[in-house]
Write a protein that binds this ligand. Structure first.
Ligand SMILES: *Cc1c(COP(=O)(O)O)cnc(C)c1O
Length: 357
């Protein structure tokens, strides 16, 4: 029996989308490749609420996080971390020799607009990196309020990790003024892992010109220039198979309706939060909860691995806590293909297995 995934990636992929991957190869310099890639970008713009250019990368999301901080930082990056994935962005920056500082919040707490203002008021930074949705703690950062602060700093390039929320949460990329929004295929987009997506604003593009060492594979400027010059064909050979799947999945998302999709995620999130309140407790600050996954404190000190084994026998799998939060928390993802029925099914199974009252 296949196990239905309630882990925060990879997520469930619809059978017809998986089947689309078995289509025949095409030349990546063909007219058909241009048409496919242009169609994908146009549909992604509607989901990411942007008019900016879309860049695709054959890598996981981390690749474009690297591309973003490295290609856009001419001076110094301020990296705001609310958990494991923010820490990772700092590691990426230092590993690439990009001058940067990290500003950490306590686990379960957001990055505040005050923190961003305090850092930027020093005048030391020309780039900020913010996690939209921290998959280790279940925090969704107050990006609207952060956007207000950023209006005071028009020259700062804003990079945002929306790997585990884009296409599930409503993110107003352009209205907020996000310059580079990064996501991956295997989370709320509900595709197999293997490709990453980012937006690139004109401001970010112009910035890249003043960064001498942008690397090669993840150089956002060179990717952008190539797709302009070659009608949406990429610098290197992309994963054509995932593009077939993406093309179909984006059409399925359009059929559902982008707003309906966001509302479905919100409804699942509300359901899981109130279930967690009844039997355990929600880990993160209540005012800043993720719409695509809920991190639940293990207040009953249950054996999470053994719970998961029992769930797997019933054809479901949840996520243990991430990193330091392993066994102290567990995670139920409510993103991508999952529905309210799936939420009822996993929560009632947990109640049944643990004989919760
Ligand atoms: C999964 C995840 C990543 C890493 O993405 P990959 O596609 O695995 O490289 C980065 N940030 C967040 C918030 C994530 O959830």
């Amino acid at each position: 029996m296949a196990t239905k995934l309630f882990i925060p990636g990879p997520t469930e992929v619809a059978p017809e989308v998986l089947a689309a991957m078995s289509g025949p190869m095409m030349g990546h310099r063909s007219k058909a490749a241009s048409a496919l890639q242009r169609r994908i970008s146009n549909n992604l713009r509607r989901i990411l609420l942007t008019e900016q250019e879309i860049l695709l990368s054959t890598s996981s999301g981390t690749g474009l996080m690297e591309g973003a901080v490295r290609s856009c930082t001419a001076k110094r990056a301020a990296i705001f971390s609310v958990g494991a994935f923010g820490d990772k962005w700092y590691k990426i920056a230092t590993g690439n020799g990009v001058p940067s500082d990290i500003f950490k919040s306590e686990l379960g707490q957001p990055t505040t607009p005050e923190m961003v203002d305090a850092a930027l008021s020093t005048g030391k930074y020309d780039t900020i990196c913010i996690t939209h949705n921290e998959t280790s703690t279940g925090i969704q950062n107050p990006v609207e309020e952060i956007a207000e602060v950023l209006k005071k700093y028009p020259d700062v390039v804003w990079c945002m990790d929306a790997v585990s929320s884009a296409a599930g949460s409503r993110i107003e990329t352009d209205k907020l003024g996000v310059d580079v929004l990064v996501t991956s295929t295997q989370k709320a987009l509900a595709l197999p892992p293997g490709m990453a997506v980012c937006t690139l604003s004109q401001k970010a593009y112009e910035r890249t010109a003043s960064v001498p060492n942008r690397g090669c594979y993840f150089d956002l400027r060179s990717i952008y220039d190539t797709i302009q010059k070659k009608d949406y064909q990429y610098t290197n050979t992309p994963c054509i198979s995932i593009m077939y799947a993406m093309d179909l999945q984006l059409q399925r998302i359009m059929q559902e309706g982008v707003e309906n999709r966001f509302a479905r995620h919100e409804a699942m999130a509300e359901f899981v939060r109130s279930w967690a309140d009844e039997y355990f407790s929600v880990f993160a600050n209540r005012d800043h909860l993720s719409c695509t996954l809920t991190v639940i404190s293990n207040t009953r000190d249950i054996d999470i691995a053994s719970l998961n084994n029992s769930l797997i026998e019933r054809g479901m799998q949840l996520g243990n806590g991430y990193g330091d939060l392993k066994n102290k928390t567990f995670r139920i993802a409510h993103m991508g293909e999952l529905t309210m029925n799936d939420m009822r099914s996993i929560t009632s199974s947990i109640v049944d297995i643990l004989k919760l009252k």
